[in-house]
Design a protein around this ligand. Structure first.
Ligand code: GLC
Length: 526
């Protein structure tokens, strides 16, 4: 999820000149009672103020939807987006079966990737490690110092990736990562006398990669809108090493991990009740610890059956291609078919931060097309794909004002559109429907792992991170409600816990675990 920046498109307080109809209506609204209009700012979740200029006009002459018609619309969308407990349990059953299949053999839709992370950390891992985290929205570079006893310190910088960078030649993307890392090393580690030694690096690369060992990973496919050519099918660790060498960065890539695996391990480092790691961010995925004997597809490696290995599920791919189990609406199908990866990541496209705003926008566009809202207003700004960020849904749901002034601000300043209170109430309710469906589907994924692993009776913690989980109001509660609806009161035994910085700290812990195994002569396979 991205943050709202007051300097974004259309964020100026004055009405843009092209909205002549709106300017005209400004003068009409001047006759309304003073209490029903005004300008000001409302605080956003990002700490920035969102400016609003408020003109309420329930009874003016340009056509607007009435309370009654908005209620009719809402009923229709309620039936489209609501998931009953019964439907959820059906999804959980199919999900569990799919997870099992993925462990049996290679090439399954949900790939259930063995990560070569062997068991839990001891909590006593120590040392300083660099971690580079290439997520869906940002690139983060971290210096993590593990102090043992579950304690750590972290220094980090973050770079926002542009949409162009997500499509450029793969080598350029890795070169960019190497350059950012070099800048970080030069600014934070210049005073360290490394005595010629390379600094150990954990690389968190959060896309599905098939691994033969922990310092290797062949990209199966890009997800989250990335499409950089000449990376799919290649070992991304080797590609990144080449970029590091090209830019003379004095680091040694020790381990390549997924953000979910990092979250799982980092959370266990401080909380031994953790059994599952989940990311609800630009993408959506989970990892958990599996008994090696239960992973038939790696039997040929001859690892001890009773050992443990973390599995990166890549559950975002659940129901891809066949679309048998998930309740897709026509908006979901539209997003899927116009994406750079049609038919893939079917589960993720209903849940993750990359898509929720777009689902909302498509509903709005349909209502514009059938003349239900914004009649007579210039709607071209909101008709552009992906201009409505998921962060706006969070803001709408969190609007504390009776007149929904945050919603006013969003529509006026980002899209130049005026709204009535009835419309704003509808938009907020629609955001809630889309956000709630995402949380309840997420609960289905968690429930599938819980049920497969038999964690329900004893209960466990699910380490969760990502902007949807940490910033979307009520998201964790809705996941918990979903677990209750699936399992009944025992669902309360499963608790999600916010695990911050898993992809950075987890990467460092795993690099430390890997170095310990190397020192003990256990690398690469056990
Ligand atoms: C996508 C990626 C996956 C990652 C998730 C969360 O689903 O394929 O690897 O864990 O996003 O970032």
């Amino acid at each position: 999820m991205t943050t709202i920046d007051g300097s974004g498109p259309g964020s100026g307080v004055s009405t843009p000149p092209f909205l002549s109809s709106i300017s005209r209506r400004t003068s009409i609204s001047l006759s309304l009672p003073a209490s029903r209009r005004g300008s000001g700012t409302v605080p956003t979740m990002t700490g920035k103020d969102l400016p609003f200029h408020h003109r309420t006009h329930e009874d003016e002459e340009l056509p607007h939807a009435t309370k009654k018609t908005m209620a009719d619309h809402l009923r229709k969308y309620e039936s489209l987006f609501t998931l009953t407990p019964q439907r959820m349990r059906m999804i959980v059953d199919a999900f569990e079966e799919t997870l099992d299949k993925g462990l049996q053999k290679e090439g399954e839709v949900v790939p259930m990737i063995p990560t070569f992370v062997f068991g839990w950390p001891r909590g006593s891992e120590t040392g300083s490690y660099l971690a580079l985290d290439l997520g869906g929205t940002n690139l983060r570079v971290c210096l993590v110092t593990l102090a043992g006893g579950g304690k750590f310190e972290i220094t980090q910088t973050k770079y926002r990736l542009s949409e162009e960078q997500k499509q450029e030649e793969g080598e350029l993307l890795f070169d960019f990562c190497a350059k950012c890392l070099k800048t970080f090393v030069d600014s934070y580690l210049a005073d360290f006398d490394l005595q010629g030694a390379a600094i150990p690096l954990g690389f968190t690369f959060s896309y599905p990669c098939e691994q033969e060992r922990i310092d290797h990973g062949r990209l199966i496919r890009w997800t989250k809108g990335f499409g950089n050519p000449n990376v799919e099918g290649y070992d991304v660790a080797a590609m990144f090493r080449a970029s590091l060498a090209k830019h003379n960065v004095p680091v040694e890539l020790v381990s390549l991990i997924n953000d979910t695996t990092g979250t799982l391990i980092a959370s266990q480092y401080v909380n031994p009740r953790t059994r599952i790691g989940v990311i609800f961010g630009t993408g959506c995925n989970a990892a958990y610890m599996e008994r090696i004997g239960n992973i038939p597809k790696i039997k040929h490696l001859g690892l001890p059956d009773d050992g443990e290995m973390a599995i990166n599920c890549e559950w975002g791919a659940f129901d891809s291609f066949t679309h048998e189990h998930l309740p897709r609406t026509k908006y979901d199908i539209d997003i899927d078919q116009t994406s750079n990866k049609p038919d893939e990541q079917a589960f993720e496209k209903l849940i993750s931060g990359r898509y929720l705003g777009e689902i909302f926008r498509l509903v709005i566009c349909e209502m514009i097309d059938d003349g239900s809202i914004f009649l007579g207003q210039n709607t071209y700004k909101i008709e552009k794909p992906y201009v409505l960020e998921t962060a706006f849904l969070s803001l709408m749901e969190a609007d504390p004002t009776e007149e929904l002034l945050t919603v006013v601000g969003i529509f006026t300043h980002f899209y130049g559109l005026e709204t009535t209170l009835a419309e704003r109430q509808f938009f907020r309710a629609l955001a809630k429907l889309i956000g709630t469906r995402a949380a309840r589907l997420s609960a289905c994924g968690i429930a599938a792992i819980v049920s497969k692993m038999g964690y329900l009776e004893q209960g466990c913690d699910v380490a969760a991170d990502g902007s949807l989980y940490s910033k979307y109001p009520g998201f964790p509660d809705r996941v918990h409600q979903g677990l209750f609806d699936i399992f009944g009161p025992k669902g309360n035994n499963i608790r999600t816990v916010h695990a911050e910085d898993g992809s950075g700290v987890g990467s460092a812990i795993i690099a430390a675990m890997t170095n310990e195994r190397r020192a003990a002569g256990l690398f690469p396979h056990c």
